[in-house]
Design a protein around this ligand. Structure first.
Ligand code: ARG
Length: 466
């Protein structure tokens, strides 16, 4: 039943927590992954304590050696985590105490509140670097597909109805733009993480003569000029979770982007489109229907994006009703953050792997894009070039479309006389509007899918992604 009061905070207790309470309140099952950051934070903090004379150099060195040994033990998988000790902070401190007496001074002028805030900021900086690298890898995989299919045209869609022709590379470059903004968002989150909360204590700092700037420098919380960046309000520093929400939001947006890409690939792989074949390695079969090859990797990405949004929502709701400052509710901030990180990471990897093995079917793409109706707007532009107002041109081409439908012929198979009867400005060259290569070449402006632009964008992305 009730346990003996714990050493770290048990002084005013006559009984320890119930087994059920230990099981309920532990966080070691998920915050153990903060260990490298917790150790880094403790080394920075003890270096500062020695710097201001609270620890001797010898005590600091003993603490550092002990922490290094614990780190090695953890990395080797030999460290035993105990739920009795609640969380990563107390597990490591306890292990250190067993090794060196100076450990009893380590928690001077520190609370688990500013400790966990520091650990998480160090973690976020590393997590953002990790995700930016994975975004980069996914972008490279997409770019390689664009580069391998420079001449393939497909219909672009609005309302999932064929709209206008685009080079598939242009479509893929749209994904690169989305991912580029995602990477920029993580860079912003990383910058927001780069403020050191250490020294905020539990809520109101400390009466001891610490040097917060020294700790910040030790831990790499510095600006571009190498100046330390320390948080400016102790109450905000231990209770703010904006950063967590921003991180989860950036992950959720990656999820939305990946989900839209996944949806395109799922459609493109269906027999109805058959623009692409996805690699066997990222598809699965049916236990019943022998012929099936399903794009499960893409469907799971679409599904996991829901989970990423859920994590963001969890964090928003977690923070909204809390009075300042720290409340134990906040321990629940970690599972959604870690899950968002892990799921975003694996989704990016799976997307890259799927793109790396995907193959376009050029003949299917060519057949789909051959529909002359995709260039109806070009026909209206033809009239505009002949001096007709666009609204009038749009109406005339609409009538041409209707006529073709009535006659049961493709748009470009109507006779010159038929179209001239619809509008006198249709000259004998009207049907040249349907020459695909010519039509594409007319799209010369920045961001348009003309061949010269696509070439330019390819060069731009190759340079950007190195
Ligand atoms: N495991 C705790 C958390 O993640 C650490 C902070 C505990 N602070 C406290 N006052 N009980 O929130």
């Amino acid at each position: 039943m009730a346990k003996k009061a714990q050493a770290t905070w048990g002084g005013r207790f006559s009984a320890g927590p119930a087994e059920l309470m230990l099981k309920f309140s532990e966080s070691i099952s998920f915050d153990a992954r903060l260990a490298p950051f917790d150790i880094q934070g403790s080394k920075g903090h003890s270096a500062m304590l020695a710097h201001v004379g609270i620890l001797t150099a010898k005590e600091r060195d003993a603490i550092h050696a002990g922490l290094d040994a614990i780190r090695a033990e953890i990395e080797a998988g030999k460290f035993t985590w105990s739920t009795q000790l609640e969380d990563v902070h107390m597990n490591i401190e306890q292990a250190l105490t067993k090794r060196c007496p100076a450990a009893a001074k380590l928690h001077t002028a520190r609370s688990r509140n500013d400790q966990v805030a520091t650990d998480m900021r160090l973690y976020f900086k590393a997590a953002c670097t990790d995700l930016v690298q994975r975004i980069d890898a996914a972008q490279r995989a997409i770019l390689a597909v664009a580069e391998a299919n420079p001449d393939v045209l497909i219909p672009g869609y609005t309302h999932l109805q064929r709209a206008q022709p685009v080079f598939v590379a242009h479509h893929l470059f749209a994904y690169l733009e989305m991912l580029q903004r995602d990477a920029e968002r993580f860079a912003v989150v990383q910058d927001h993480a780069n403020w050191c909360p250490l020294g905020s204590g539990a809520i109101a700092g400390t009466t001891l003569p610490i040097d917060r700037e020294f700790s910040a420098k030790q831990l790499g919380f510095i600006d571009d000029a190498g100046r330390p960046r320390v948080t400016q309000n102790s109450m905000d520093a231990v209770s703010d979770r904006d950063l967590y929400i921003e991180f989860a939001s950036a992950c959720a947006l990656v999820g939305v982007h990946l989900s839209r890409m996944a949806e395109d690939l799922i459609l493109w792989m269906s027999a109805e489109f058959k623009f692409v074949d996805l690699p066997d390695a990222f598809c699965t079969g049916s236990s019943l229907m022998p012929q099936k090859k399903n794009p499960d990797s893409m469907e799971l990405i679409r599904g996991k994006s829901a989970r990423l949004q859920g994590n963001l929502h969890t964090l928003l709701t977690l923070a909204k009703g809390l009075p300042l400052t720290y409340n134990r509710d906040l321990q629940e901030d970690k599972p959604p953050v870690f899950d968002s990180h892990d799921q975003t990471a694996i989704c990016l990897e799976v997307l890259a792997g799927t793109f790396a093995g995907m193959k376009f079917h050029p003949e299917r793409c060519a057949a789909a894009v051959a529909d002359p109706a995709l260039l109806a707007t070009d026909l209206a532009d033809y009239l505009v070039r002949a001096g007709v107002a666009f609204r009038e041109a749009h109406h005339a081409v609409g009538a041409v479309v209707k006529l073709a439908e009535q006659k049961g012929v493709p748009l470009d198979r109507l006779s010159d006389a038929d179209v001239a009867a619809v509008h006198p400005k249709f000259g004998p060259d009207w049907s040249e509007s349907f020459i695909l290569a010519k039509a594409m070449a007319r799209r010369t402006g920045t961001g348009m899918p003309g061949p010269a632009q696509v070439k330019r964008q390819l060069a731009r992305w190759k340079k950007l992604l190195g």
